[in-house]
Ligand binder design. Sequence first.
Ligand code: CDP
Ligand code: MG
Length: 694
Amino acid sequence: MSQFWKPGAEKPRILDDEEGGVLFLASSLSSSSSGYGYGSIEKQRLRLPVYKYRTAILYLVETHATTIIVGETGSGKTTQIPQYLKEAGWADGGRVIACTQPRRLAVQAVASRVAEEMGVKLGEEVGYTIRFEDLTNSGVTMIKFLTDGVLLREMMDDPLLTKYSVIMVDEAHERSISTDILLGLLKKIQRRRPELRLIISSATIEAKSMSAFFQTSKRHQGLEADDGPRKDPAILSVEGRGFNVQIHYVEEPVADYVRAAVSTVLSIHDQEPPGDILVFLTGQDDIDATVQLLTEEAQANGKNKGLIVLPLYSGLSRAEQDLVFSPTPRGKRKIVISTNIAETSLTLEGIVYVVDCGFSKQRFYNPISDVENLVVAPISKASARQRAGRAGRIRPGKCYRLYTEEYFVNEMPAQGIPEMQRSNLVSCVTQLKALGIDNILGFDWPASPAPEAMIRALEVLYSLGVLDDDAKLTSPVGFQVAEIPLDPMIAKMILSSSQLGCSEEIITIAAVLSIQSIWVSTKLQKELDEAKLRFAAVEGDHVTFLNVYQGFLRSGKSSQWCHRNFVNYHAMKKVIEIREQLRRIALRIGIVLKSCERDMLVVRKAVTAGFFANACNLEAYSHNGMYKTVRGSQEVYIHPSSVLFRVNPKWVIYHSLVSTDRQYIRNVMTMDPSWLTEAAPHFFQYQRPDPIGH
Ligand code: CDP
Ligand code: MG
């Protein structure tokens, strides 16, 4: 490689060595390379590292209430352990084995892989459930993959999760907010259901702290030896078979990681032997940009022959996902440009080179300003090691870090912060309240949330009318909000639309807001902007979405229509699906389905009823479109993707906030400040005596 790179001094072997308290079993692992590309599926299964531990795993699950399993990505935890459990009879008698994942795409991918391995149709013996999509068959499904968020929702109908015999909480090291809530609740359930078994599995872990969390008090230990499983958790470490990965760092910090990633990929392709390349970037925007730039530059240099460039992020269609997982044809080199979903959730075969930009998209919440932000932020050393490890699965590999060694050693944090400690807790509190957990501060959390964030959440929920003076769910509003599987602010907007007579429109808006974008991503920015203008409404993005939706329906849901208008056809089909589900939920909880025809005033009032906390006011003498949030006086700007970009109306309400060089508000709507005090008198009085009059 060029001089740009220098090999790092870090120990290249990427394995976590846990000490003390860890049960290491015989490691007579076969040294055969991966099962990729040859051999039957059955043979591939037998070659996975986890297979050597099959008996041990089944024994520990039989004898312990909780088993913690740590094993390198790709060792077979997710796809094999549920099958072992099924083979051992844990799904007999109509019981179900659950396996949770923090990400929806992973749920779909592993479920279809396991169905294939078992030779069954997906949705029968093996199924999955993600929000707004249930592919299971009650009474038939034995292994069910689902997001941790969906399992939390299931607790509302079945608080003890009685249909499950074993619940495997997978990817626990990710410490998503739903995983943490789930761990806290499962610990409670275990006390009531001694026959329930938990498996906590992850790629890296602080196995000891997880074990300490599930440890019951000393007093109870040992008493149940004869009449039930042991209460102290078992820890099993699956020894992987990772190959050495040589780490390379840049010598100088890079200014633009998209460009740096592209040139690194091209020089690997130029100078290194065959093997696929996995590039870690942060989100759809920079991934699409990289795919584009890479394709162009490869073409310009005449190096495009033999290159297959593919994006990987949630929100891809099934066909696009399949391409990523299908084997690379002989003589070709696959380049997968991914979010951190490929860090541990999904295993890609054939990867020999990894390019790591050193960042990922993360949620950050500031309880003081009450702003929750999606930020491109540095990853941790633990993540960087995981990413590098992806290169050593089939043979020794190389990892190119787009940051300096000095930065890695001295500045990169050792571990990430659990999402619980950097999120807005409005949804979390509502869910716990709906499950009857009243003392939220006293709840047994794997990581305690900040008290300020908790207080803010209680305050917003009180203003939304979800909680009463005693911080209990109100009836019916609080219970209805909890029933809707969306953010409480969206749920409240839907409830208000029932009274305002515009629920059909608001449900459409809610469906659009719950997907990433309805526009295609294209570099034809001018054409896209022109297409948007055809639908643009003076009221802002929410009403614009209604116009697009109407147009789509009028076209007979035509894909050509979408293509002509730069509208994402897959996204629109998803909107229709989600909308249908939301209508069903709305009917169930007694919402009157009604259209307001073209009365956009009531639509905007309904949005305000949910999102009053996100009100912003244009700074009086601002020439650059600077707004301040009414609540925390944060400086924000309308995102260029909004139809209100450069229009800059005086008062707006936003749906979400992203930070790049500035804090940008996305999905923005105009509003009248008098609606704020109408929607939440307490909130604005409390925050600012007179938000309107200054
Ligand atoms: O969960 P863990 O990271 O330990 O491994 P896994 O996801 O169970 O993957 C085990 C093996 O199955 C790997 O070798 C994967 O390549 C393979 N697999 C696959 O080929 N296709 C999938 N969609 C999922 C897994
Ligand atoms: Mg896994």
